[in-house]
Design a protein around this ligand. Structure first.
Ligand SMILES: NC(=O)C1=CN([C@@H]2O[C@H](COP(=O)(O)OP(=O)(O)OC[C@H]3O[C@@H](n4cnc5c(N)ncnc54)[C@H](OP(=O)(O)O)[C@@H]3O)[C@@H](O)[C@H]2O)C=CC1
Ligand SMILES: O=C(O)CCC(=O)C(=O)O
Ligand SMILES: [Mg+2]
Length: 739
C-alpha cells in the first residue's frame, strides 16, 4: 500500500458485506488493466473484536488491526477509501458477536457485565472501545458533503416511493424537555490560547476526584460542557408515560445510543425503569441480585429472568403483562415477535426512526401490528424541534410529494470528532452532589456546573481548523450548485453562539457575492427549508455534527425512500478522500430475508456512486486518465441501470442485489466500449460487453433460480467466507467472464 496508488474498499457487516462479495470481484476486474490497485480491509465488528484480543487467539487466528491502519491512512494525502456502513454495536450486539466467535473456536473472553477486579476492568475497557460507533469517528478526518445526485433525484421523481398520508387531526407529536436537559444547561467557551485541561468533580465535603486529565486543547477550539439533570429527566419521562396513556398514543423513545454510547444508554435505562415503574418498585431488589442492566434495554431484563426459579419467573412475567396491559401502548420494532421500542437500544436509532415514522403518516406499529399515532419522546431538546416542526408542517400541508419536492443536500461539521459525537470519553454519570469544573493549565476555571448524583455531565469540543474547512466547503457547494445555503445555528444556544462568531469571521475569507447564505435557528431553518422543498426548490443545510446525521436521513428518506442512495463524500483535511456509501445503516432485515430465501434486496447504488467519485479522485491525484474514464462510464452505467429498472426487487425470485451487479457490469462495459477517449479500454471492454450481452438471459436465470430456498451461511457476524462468497456469486457464466 505504501507505493502503489491504492483504493481501499472496506469489508463491513450484514447486508453491505454480503453485497461486497458480489460487487468487489467485478470492481477489481474492471479496474485491473488501468493500474489501479484495489485492496480490501476488514473493519467488520467480528474483525475488530479479533484484532483487539490477539493474546486470546492462536497465531493463525490473529488478524491485523485494519481500523487502526486506516485511522492513520486518513491523515495522509494519498488516502482513498470507500467506506461501507458497518455495525455500531450496542451491548447486546457486541455480546452476540462474542458468543458467535467463541462458538467458532475463538477463545475470546466473556464480556464482563460487572467487572469486579482489575483484569475484568481492563477487558471491559478493551471491549468498550469496540462498542457503539467506533469506526466512523476514527475515519472521519474531514467534514461531510452528502447529497442526492441529479440522476438519483430525477429517478425518484419519476418512480416515487410510497408516502403515508398525513391527517390534520393526527395526534402524533414530539415531547422534549423544557428545563434541566443538555440544551438548557450548556456553557460554551472559545479558547484564546492552547492549554491542557482537567475535569474535576468536587463533592459536598470538598473531596475532589479527577474525572479526566491531560486533555490538550488548541487555540481557537470551542468547548462546551453541560448536564442532563436526572431529577428533571425522571419527572419528564414520568409525565410522558402518563400523557401517552391519556392521549391513547404509542409511547416511543428515540435515541442515538450507538453514537452517544455513554449518555444515551443511561437515559434509555431511565426510560425503561419509568415505563415499568411498578414492576421495578416490586422486584427492584431481585433485578439487582441477578444483575439486570436495562441501560442495555428491557431485553436484558427478560434474558436475566432465566436465572430465577420458575415460580418467580412466572410471577414477574405476569407483572410485565399487567404493566403492558395497563400502561400506554408501546411502539413495536417487531410485533410478531413481541419486540418493543424499549427492548434493545440499537433497534430504534433516531436518525432513521423519526424519518421512517414521518414517512409513515406519523405512525408506528403497535402490539397488534397496526399503525397508530405516536408520542415521540426525545428527552434532550437541543434538536427535537426539527422533528416537531416537520410534523407540524405535515399536519398542515399533508405528506410531501416525492415527484415534485426539492432536495436538501448537507454540508456537515464532522472532522476530528466534532461536537457531541466526540463527547463520550468526556461523559460521566455523576456519583454524588457537588460540582464539576473544567480547569486549565494555569488553574483557571473554564466552566462549572452544580451536579447531583445521577446527573450526566459531558464536554464537547470542536477545533478551529475543521470549522474553517466546513465554512469553506459550504461556500464551495453553494457556489457549485447555485443553491441557497442555511447554517442551522441558534444564536440563543451557548455553543451555537460561539460557532456563529467564527462562521461570520470565516465567511469573509470568501467571495460570497451572488450567494444566498443565511444563519437560522434549527426550527426556523426547518420551516424555511420545508416551505421551499414543498415548492420544488433546493436548499443546502449547513449543520453541526448531530444535525448532519439527522438531516441526511430525514430528507433522503422523504425524497428518495432511503438514505442508501446518497452520495456521501468526506474530503479529508489533508487532501485524501473518504467516500462513504449512503448515509444509512446496514439493514439487518435484509440479511434475514437473504438467509430465509436467498434473495438480497440491498441496493448497492450508494456503492456505485461512491466508487465513481473515488475513481475520479484517484484519477486526478495520480494523473491516471483511465481512472477518470472508468469513473465517467460508471456514472453512465448507473444512470442506465436506474432508467432500465435494474435495481434489486424487494421480493424473492426476481432480480436481486447480485442481478443488479450483473447489469451494472453490462452497462459499464458497454459505456467503456462506446467511449472514444481510450482505445485500450475500448478494445478490452468491447469484448467483455459482447460476452455479457450474449449471455444475459443465462446469467439472469442462474442468478434467479438459486433463490427461494433458505441458505445457511454459518454465522451472522462472521459467516463462513467460502459459503458466503459462493452464495453471492452463483452464476458460473458471469464469474467466468468477470474472472
Ligand atoms: N454509516 C454507518 O456505518 C451506519 C451504520 N448504522 C448501523 O446500521 C444498523 C441498522 O441501522 P438502521 O438505523 O436500522 O437503518 P438502516 O438504514 O439499516 O435500514 C433502514 C431501512 O432502510 C432501507 N434501506 C437501508 N439501506 C438500504 C439499501 N442499501 N437498499 C435498500 N434498502 C435500504 C431498508 O428498508 P426495507 O427494510 O424496507 O427494505 C431498511 O430496513 C445499526 O447496526 C446501525 O448501528 C446506522 C447508520 C449509519
Ligand atoms: O456511526 C454510526 O453509528 C452512525 C453514523 C450515522 O448514522 C451517520 O453518519 O449518518
Ligand atoms: Mg445517520
Amino acid at each position: 500500500m505504501e507505493n502503489t496508488p491504492t483504493i481501499i474498499y472496506t469489508k463491513t457487516d450484514e447486508a453491505p458485506a454480503l453485497a461486497t462479495r458480489s460487487l468487489l470481484p467485478i470492481i477489481k476486474s474492471f479496474t485491473k488493466s488501468s493500474n489501479i490497485n484495489i485492496e480490501s480491509r476488514d473493519i467488520s465488528l467480528a474483525a475488530r473484536l479479533l484484532a483487539n484480543f490477539p493474546d486470546y487467539l492462536t497465531e493463525s487466528q490473529r488478524v491485523p488491526d485494519a481500523l487502526a491502519e486506516l485511522g492513520e491512512l486518513v491523515k495522509r494525502p494519498d488516502a482513498n477509501i470507500i467506506k461501507l456502513p458497518n455495525i455500531s454495536a450496542s451491548a447486546p450486539q457486541l455480546k452476540a458477536a462474542i458468543t458467535e466467535l467463541q462458538e467458532q473456536g475463538y477463545a475470546l473472553p466473556d464480556y464482563p457485565d460487572e467487572p469486579s477486579n482489575d483484569d475484568e476492568k481492563a477487558r471491559r475497557k478493551r471491549y468498550d472501545k469496540i462498542k457503539g460507533s467506533a469506526v466512523n469517528p476514527v475515519l472521519r478526518e474531514g467534514n461531510s458533503d452528502r447529497r442526492a445526485p441529479k440522476a438519483v433525484k430525477n429517478f425518484a421523481k419519476m418512480h416515487p416511493h410510497s408516502m403515508g398520508v398525513w391527517s390534520k387531526d393526527s395526534k402524533t407529536h414530539v415531547s422534549t424537555m423544557t428545563h434541566g436537559d443538555f440544551a438548557h444547561n450548556e456553557v460554551s467557551v472559545t479558547l484564546e490560547e492552547a492549554t491542557t485541561i482537567k475535569i474535576v468533580h468536587t463533592d459536598k465535603s470538598g473531596k475532589a476526584t479527577v474525572l479526566k486529565e491531560g486533555l490538550s486543547l488548541l487555540q481557537g477550539e470551542i468547548i462546551d460542557t453541560t448536564i442532563m439533570s436526572k431529577k428533571a429527566l425522571l419527572e419528564f419521562l414520568d409525565e410522558q408515560v402518563e400523557d401517552a396513556l391519556d392521549k391513547s398514543v404509542l409511547f416511543s423513545l428515540h435515541m442515538k445510543a450507538t453514537m452517544m454510547k455513554v449518555s444515551d444508554p443511561i437515559i434509555f435505562g431511565h426510560a425503561v425503569r419509568i415505563f415499568f415503574k411498578d414492576l421495578f418498585k416490586k422486584h427492584g431488589s431481585t433485578f439487582e441480585k441477578i444483575g439486570v442492566d436495562v441501560n442495555n434495554g428491557f431485553g436484558n431484563l427478560l434474558e436475566k429472568l432465566s436465572e430465577l426459579s420458575e415460580d418467580k419467573r412466572e410471577e414477574i412475567r405476569d407483572d410485565i403483562r399487567f404493566a403492558l396491559d395497563h400502561g400506554p401502548d408501546l411502539a413495536m420494532v417487531n410485533s410478531d415477535r413481541g419486540i418493543t421500542n424499549l427492548h434493545v437500544p440499537s433497534d430504534v436509532i433516531i436518525d432513521a426512526s423519526m424519518p421512517a415514522m414521518i414517512r409513515t403518516s406519523g405512525q408506528m406499529w403497535n402490539a397488534d401490528g397496526k399503525l397508530q399515532d405516536t408520542k415521540a419522546v426525545i428527552p434532550d431538546s437541543s434538536y427535537a424541534g426539527i422533528y416537531s416542526a416537520t410534523i407540524n408542517f405535515c399536519k398542515k400541508h399533508g405528506a410531501f410529494d416525492p415527484t415534485t419536492m426539492g432536495t436538501v443536500p448537507n454540508v456537515g461539521l464532522m472532522a476530528q470528532k466534532a461536537e457531541e459525537y466526540g463527547s463520550h470519553d468526556k461523559t460521566f454519570e455523576i456519583s454524588s452532589k457537588g460540582k464539576v469544573e473544567v480547569i486549565d493549565a494555569s488553574g483557571n476555571i473554564l466552566t462549572s456546573h452544580k451536579v447531583e448524583a445521577g446527573d450526566i455531565w459531558r464536554m464537547c469540543q470542536v477545533k478551529d481548523a475543521p470549522i474553517q474547512d466546513w465554512v469553506k466547503l459550504a461556500v464551495t457547494r453553494a457556489r457549485a450548485s447555485q443553491t441557497p445555503a442555511v447554517f442551522w445555528l441558534d444564536k440563543k444556544r451557548a455553543h451555537d453562539a460561539e460557532l456563529i462568531k467564527k462562521v461570520n469571521t470565516y465567511l469573509q475569507d470568501y467571495d460570497t457575492s451572488g450567494l444566498d447564505i443565511r444563519i437560522l435557528s434549527p426550527i426556523k431553518a426547518t420551516e424555511f427549508t420545508l416551505e421551499r422543498i414543498k415548492d420544488g426548490k433546493d436548499t443546502i443545510s449547513v449543520s453541526g455534527n448531530v444535525l448532519r446525521d439527522y438531516l441526511t436521513d430525514l430528507f433522503p428518506i422523504l425524497e428518495l425512500g432511503t438514505s442508501a442512495k446518497m452520495l456521501s463524500i468526506v474530503p479529508l483535511m489533508n487532501g485524501g478522500g473518504l467516500f462513504e456509501t449512503g448515509a444509512g445503516g446496514s439493514a439487518p432485515k435484509h440479511v434475514q430475508q437473504f438467509t430465509q430465501e436467498n434473495h438480497l434486496r440491498w441496493d448497492s447504488l450508494g456503492e456505485f456512486l461512491a466508487l465513481a467519485v473515488s475513481l475520479e479522485h484517484f484519477g486526478n491525484v495520480n494523473n491516471n486518465k483511465k481512472a477518470i474514464i472508468l469513473s465517467q462510464t460508471l456514472d453512465d452505467a448507473t444512470d442506465k441501470l436506474l432508467a432500465n429498472g435494474k435495481s434489486p426487487s424487494r421480493k424473492v425470485n426476481k432480480l436481486d442485489n447480485r442481478g443488479s451487479h450483473f447489469y451494472l457490469s453490462l452497462f459499464w462495459a458497454e459505456a467503456l466500449a462506446n467511449q472514444t477517449k481510450d482505445e485500450e479500454l475500448k478494445h478490452e471492454f468491447a469484448k467483455v460487453f459482447k460476452d455479457l450481452q450474449a449471455h444475459e438471459v443465462k446469467i439472469v436465470e442462474e442468478l434467479i433460480t438459486v433463490q427461494g430456498e433458505a441458505i445457511d451461511i454459518k454465522g451472522y457476524y462472521e459467516p463462513n467466507e467460502d459459503i458466503t462468497s459462493r452464495a453471492m456469486r452463483p452464476s458460473e457464466t458471469l464469474n467466468k467472464i468477470i474472472g
